[in-house]
Design a protein around this ligand. Structure first.
Ligand code: NAD
Ligand code: UGA
Length: 463
């Protein structure tokens, strides 16, 4: 068995993860393969115009690409050459048939399993990097080890050809915008595997990859099912914290309490801690909603209906938060939004990423479009994705420059906490807007007092 690694799936997870593994393991070859030729071409582009934006990523790719990190569409060759196969393909929410709107759509994952089976010669350690429903490894193993031949013939073939697949789970905990930092200095690395001799050896092979830079005590091993479930549970806990503070935010608005003050004091309790207590427009991103829905589906499947309802509440609260933004705008703008111009500042689901998957700004834009608002969107990294996401909406203007976006607007709704927004020239912005001019800062990141002094009417979340 060789030490070389391939990752199938060159997306937000496969690209950065493998770039860091290659950087920290200079003696291993690391390949990243994908069926999407355009994406692979971007990873290989001469000017490093990579398919995703992530702070620090381009430096790592510059350092290792062509040395021990290679991007390719040749999945067959990569699977044959590398004995450790990570699977980092997308696992979106299924939108058809059984489990529609809840369960994970495993078609990409299953296609990958079948490719590995078709191309592999000799033993492979197959590592689930994608987030998957608990017990997926069993299905992966069933596909990999099934032949068109009978079970007995299959065992004989495996013995003769020496091909054996061991499936591990190594979910990824990085967050977008801080992916490189999270990968270089993770809180923990989780590796789940079968508790057999072969399983232990396979887990050790994957532990060795991370041990090149992660302290041993941070590399945690569990059984496969615990690892798969831990990933869903970890995201559900984080999403639940965001929904919890947003539920408190509504009460703050109604009572005169200030959600940032409440969060500061709650978070000072070391049992609770200060992180993930920022009220805002609700969580976005490709994973929280999908993973919580998947947890709901699993609970329902196992007859745990009260647990399913509990987790569904986290999603409902999140949707309510975006609806509340629009209804508060509505009341503040004299109960009519038709033909008014509203500029959305920020479209990415959080700062430091161009990713717009499940972004709260998308939901808000659609709710505003229903009210016949003239929408202008500005974002430093996410405008191309915004155009694609909202391509069915007419009457949306996309503007790189924030000052141009604000001209003639009745309101600005700050949706993403881009770091430079507080230091914009807000007096200049105010002067160019129609009066009364409103700012709805859904991230509570601007200085509201200064804005009021300029003349803005200001709305915040939880204040
Ligand atoms: P993504 O859509 O950016 O990338 C997935 C890639 O897989 C795509 O480029 C797609 O072309 C490729 N692919 C699909 N089917 C394929 C096949 N049969 N063969 C080869 N390539 C194939 O998705 P992502 O954001 O990287 O997420 C991937 C997984 O990682 C998901 O399960 C997600 O839940 C998990 N995850 C993501 C993050 C994150 O920050 N984005 C963090 C932790 C976990
Ligand atoms: C999240 C998790 O943090 C990662 O550990 C996990 O690996 C990843 O999902 C995944 O599985 O994909 P990510 O979605 O990239 O990472 O970003 P987060 O920083 O978690 O933010 C998620 C959303 O919650 C954003 O929209 C953010 O603005 C919002 N948020 C976060 C708040 O509204 N308040 C907070 O206090 C924190």
């Amino acid at each position: 068995m060789n030490r070389d690694i391939v990752c199938i799936g060159a997306g937000y997870i496969g690209g950065p993860t493998m770039a860091v593994i290659a950087k920290m393991n200079p003696d291993r070859k690391v390949m990243v393969v994908d069926i999407n030729a355009e994406r692979i071409a971007a990873w290989n582009s001469d000017d490093y115009n990579l398919p995703i934006y992530e702070p620090g990523l381009v430096d790592v790719v510059r350092e290792v690409r062509g040395k021990n990190l290679f991007f390719s569409t040749d999945i067959q060759r990569a699977v044959q050459e590398c004995d450790i196969v990570f699977v980092g393909v997308n696992t979106p929410t299924k939108m058809f048939g059984k489990g529609s709107g809840r369960a994970s759509d495993l078609q990409y994952w299953e296609a990958t399993a079948r490719s590995i089976k078709e191309y592999a010669k000799g033993d492979k350690i197959v590592v689930e990097k994608s987030t998957l429903p608990v017990r997926t490894a069993a299905a992966m193993e069933a596909i990999l080890n099934a032949g068109n031949d009978s079970r007995v013939e299959h065992v004989e073939r495996v013995e003769k050809e020496g091909a054996r697949f061991t499936v591990l789970s190594n979910p990824e905990f990085l967050a977008e915008g801080t992916a490189i930092k999270d990968l270089l200095d993770p809180d923990r690395v989780l590796i789940g595997g079968p508790q057999t001799e072969v399983g232990e050896q396979a887990m050790q092979a994957v532990v060795d990859i991370y041990a090149a830079w992660v302290p041993k005590e941070k590399i945690l091993t569990t059984n496969v099912w615990s690892a798969e479930l831990t990933k869903l549970a970890a995201n559900a806990f984080l999403a639940q914290r965001v929904s919890s503070i947003n539920a408190i935010a509504g009460l703050c608005e109604a009572t005169g309490a200030d959600v940032d003050e409440v969060a500061r004091v709650i978070g000072a309790d070391r049992r609770i801690g200060p992180k993930f207590l920022k009220a805002g427009p609700g969580f976005g991103g490709s994973c929280f909603k999908k993973d919580v829905l998947n947890l709901v589906y699993l609970c329902e499947t196992f007859g745990l209906h009260t647990a399913a309802e509990y987790w569904m509440g986290v999603i409902r609260m999140n949707e309510h938060q975006q609806e509340r933004i629009v209804s508060r705008l509505f009341s503040a703008m004299f109960n009519t939004l038709a033909n008014k111009k509203i500029a959305l500042f920020g479209f990415a689901f959080k700062a430091d990423t161009g990713d717009t998957r499940e972004t709260p700004a998308g939901t808000v834009a659609r709710l505003l479009a229903e009210e016949h608002v003239r929408i202008t969107i500005t974002d430093p990294k996410a405008l191309d994705n915004a155009k694609r996401d909202l391509s069915d909406l007419t009457d949306v203007v996309y503007e790189v420059d924030e000052y141009n976006a604000a001209v003639g607007a009745d309101a600005i709704v700050l949706m993403t906490d881009w770091k430079h927004y507080p230091s914009l020239d807000w007096q200049r912005i105010y002067d160019s807007m129609r009066k009364p001019a409103l700012v709805f800062d859904t991230r509570n990141c601007l200085n509201a007092q200064d804005l009021r002094r300029i003349g803005f009417k200001v709305l915040n979340v939880g204040k």
